[in-house]
Design a protein around this ligand. Sequence first.
Ligand code: DC
Length: 216
Amino acid sequence: MYSVAIDGPAGSGKSTIAKLIAHKLNISYIDTGAMYRAIALKTLRQGDLQEQSLQQLLEDTRIDYDRGKIYLDGRDVSQDIRGDEVSAQASKISKNPALREYLVGIQQQIAQKRSVVMEGRDIGTVVLPRAKYKFYLTADVDTRAKRRYEQLLAKGTKTTLEEVKASIEQRDDNDINREHSPLKRAEDAILVDNTHMDLHQTLDYILDKVRGENAL
Ligand code: DC
């Protein structure tokens, strides 16, 4: 059993890449951002939330992740968590240490049972510090904004490049500057700046590193 940890900022292509790598290696893909988003969705549905009631909410919440789908209290919310409002709320609440502890526990349990490609912000640093392979994926902010904008356009979402860039910058700021488990490259993670790489080049680069070392 082994783990591949992939961290990086919003729009770096982590999810697409992690999914493809898991498929190629024939192991499970775990999107930890989906877990933060599911809790964010629940807090939005419940209205104004104080720090104390977040603790209570966690006690009354069940999160399951199965075959790429996220379940909140037994219901598949994989589609509902993708909107802008949920993105912003997830970024906001993810600074809460009780929430992080709760989700990190779930993530560690999953990785104890099977080989995984797990992606997020703190996988190589906090969740799976002993992961066999660690990658930190990034690209410059304009490139990330452009990619995200094109994804949203393809989905028919009405937005502008400027709006998307501002929202990515806001999330970067929240993720990098939070006190608990901020987004940062683990010292032993391989840095992959894919500003000038396309999807296939990034994928091949990572797979070469994993396979080269292990001949999987
Ligand atoms: O990867 P994503 O954009 O779906 O993640 C949504 C938010 O959740 C992101 O702004 C930061 C937070 N997050 C986190 O703090 N730690 C993780 N391991 C994954 C996501």
